[in-house]
Design a protein around this ligand. Structure first.
Ligand code: PMP
Length: 461
């Protein structure tokens, strides 16, 4: 077998990829016929592909490269740790220095009394942990009937059987026997698409009320937890109306139900605070973390528990864990990532400088005829595309058709934006500069223009 390199011809790389590599969330045959784009190198906010293109990555990979690409300090932290102690586990009454330091640093950064970390290697694994954690918590408290976990339609909590069931992606539920029993879903706070004639404020309260209705339907004595992303990411960057989260907090408090904030995207600066829970003003009992924890340089995630939840769980043997829970190399890299985010003031800059600048420029896209709404929190934003702004109408074509066309125009213009249905979303590295924000907006406008022309030519609007 020939070992290929980033300098190998694109066609050869694509042929080998199609022959042996299966891609996540992909129609395999469709991709194989077309050939995957091969990314070879990256620096800052910029990717290079095997064809020599230089692409602005307005998605930070999969919402994770908060610190930007190419930070040698992280590579060096990994190399140092691999030489010193490449692997050891934290089972069987054992620990190691990287896990000790990282857990302590996360406890320092996390709000309130979220002071205890159970490590995993991904967001999915961490949410699987959470499902078992909350049920074990109630069993230990003498209320084993508290089994139900309430989530939201169109939420994303991962792709394993447990986390995919917690998620509310109907397209995922149709494959492979999800959701598993004991998980209930309520509607999402997406005013643009689902708010009808209500004001955003009334709609936010109505969607929060669904949580109370669901708790009463299941019986409060049977409900363990409510899980939600402070700002829904993969669902299309859905920002709840201001009235939503205060109501949700009141309801979980009223019925004594645990609140799990899935911070996999929102955590580590994405919303302009260290955690999205701070931005939306909630007090979770457990937070799910991953992605920005290591800026994607190493696979690592975890569950951050409050003093109370941790003390109950610590009262029993929790029969759960992964070979790579608290992997020393991943922990060392994450610790270095957090040091840089902090010492270079990256999160503060998002809050006070580049975040507000991006917001102003991103919202100017609503002047484009295709864009009905621009919503942005910190560095995660979404454009709702529409044929009629006043009525917030959806396109007559199958949902996602217009988004896909627009995304293809973005790719052609060397801009990575993602589409979720007919929304266009961004989540750039937090280190993006004002000049790069200008390039992002110029390319987005150009791509929207080209998509608009294509839609008219195809009779889609
Ligand atoms: N939760 C949220 C909010 C996410 O966005 C994701 C990934 N996009 C996950 C969980 C799952 O994380 P992973 O892909 O690392 O398993």
């Amino acid at each position: 077998m020939t070992i290929l390199t980033p300098n190998s011809p694109t066609a050869e790389l694509q042929r080998a990829d199609a022959a042996h590599h299966m891609h996540p969330f992909t129609h395999g045959q469709g991709l194989n016929d077309r050939g995957a784009r091969v990314i070879t190198r990256a620096e800052g906010c910029w990717l290079n592909d095997s064809e020599g293109n230089r692409i602005l990555d307005a998605m930070a990979g999969l919402w994770c490269v908060n610190i930007g690409y190419g930070r040698r300090e992280l590579a060096q932290a990994a190399a140092r740790q691999m030489e010193e102690l490449p692997y050891y586990n934290t089972f069987f009454q054992t620990t190691h220095v990287p896990a000790i330091n990282l857990a302590a640093r996360i406890a320092e950064l996390a709000p309130g009394d979220l002071n205890h970390v159970f490590f995993a290697s991904s967001g999915s694994e961490a949410n699987d942990t959470n499902l078992r954690l909350v049920r074990t918590y109630w069993a230990e408290k003498g209320q084993p009937e508290r089994q139900w976990v309430i989530s939201r339609w169109n939420a994303y909590h991962g792709s394993s059987v447990g986390s995919g069931s917690l998620g509310g992606m109907k397209g995922m539920h149709t494959q492979g026997g999800m959701p598993i029993p004991g998980i209930a879903h309520i509607d999402q706070p997406d005013w643009w698409s689902e708010g009808g004639d209500m004001t955003p404020e009334d709609f936010g309260r109505a969607r929060a009320k669904q949580l109370e209705d669901k708790i009463l339907e299941l019986g409060p004595e049977n409900v363990a937890a409510f899980i939600a992303e402070p700002v829904q990411g993969a669902g299309g960057v859905i920002v709840a109306p201001d009235t939503y989260w205060p109501e949700v907090q009141k309801i979980v408090d009223k019925y004594g139900i645990l609140l799990i904030a899935d911070e996999v995207i929102c955590g580590f600066g994405r919303t302009g605070r260290w955690f999205g829970s701070e931005t939306v003003g909630i007090r979770p009992d457990i937070m799910t973390i991953a992605k920005g924890l290591s800026s994607g340089y190493q696979p690592i995630g975890g569950s951050v528990l409050s003093d109370e939840v941790a003390s109950v769980i610590s009262g029993t043997e929790f029969n759960h864990g992964y070979t790579y829970s608290g992997h020393p190399v991943a922990c060392a890299v994450a610790l270095e990532n957090l040091r840089i985010l902090d010492e270079e003031g990256v999160v503060d800059r998002v809050a006070s400088d580049t975040g507000p600048y991006l917001k102003e420029r991103f919202e100017s896209l609503t002047d484009h005829p295709l864009v009905g709404e621009a919503k942005i929190v910190g560095m995660m934003g979404s454009l709702a595309l529409t044929p009629d702004k006043a009525s917030r109408a959806a396109f007559a074509s199958e949902a996602g058709t217009v988004g896909y066309i627009t995304r293809e125009r973005c790719f052609a213009n060397n801009l990575i934006m993602r589409h979720v249905g007919d929304r266009m979303i961004i989540s750039p590295p937090l280190v993006i500069s004002r000049e790069e924000i200008d390039v992002l907006i110029e390319r987005a406008w150009q791509s929207l223009d080209e998509a608009h022309e294509e839609l008219k030519a195809q009779g889609l609007m």
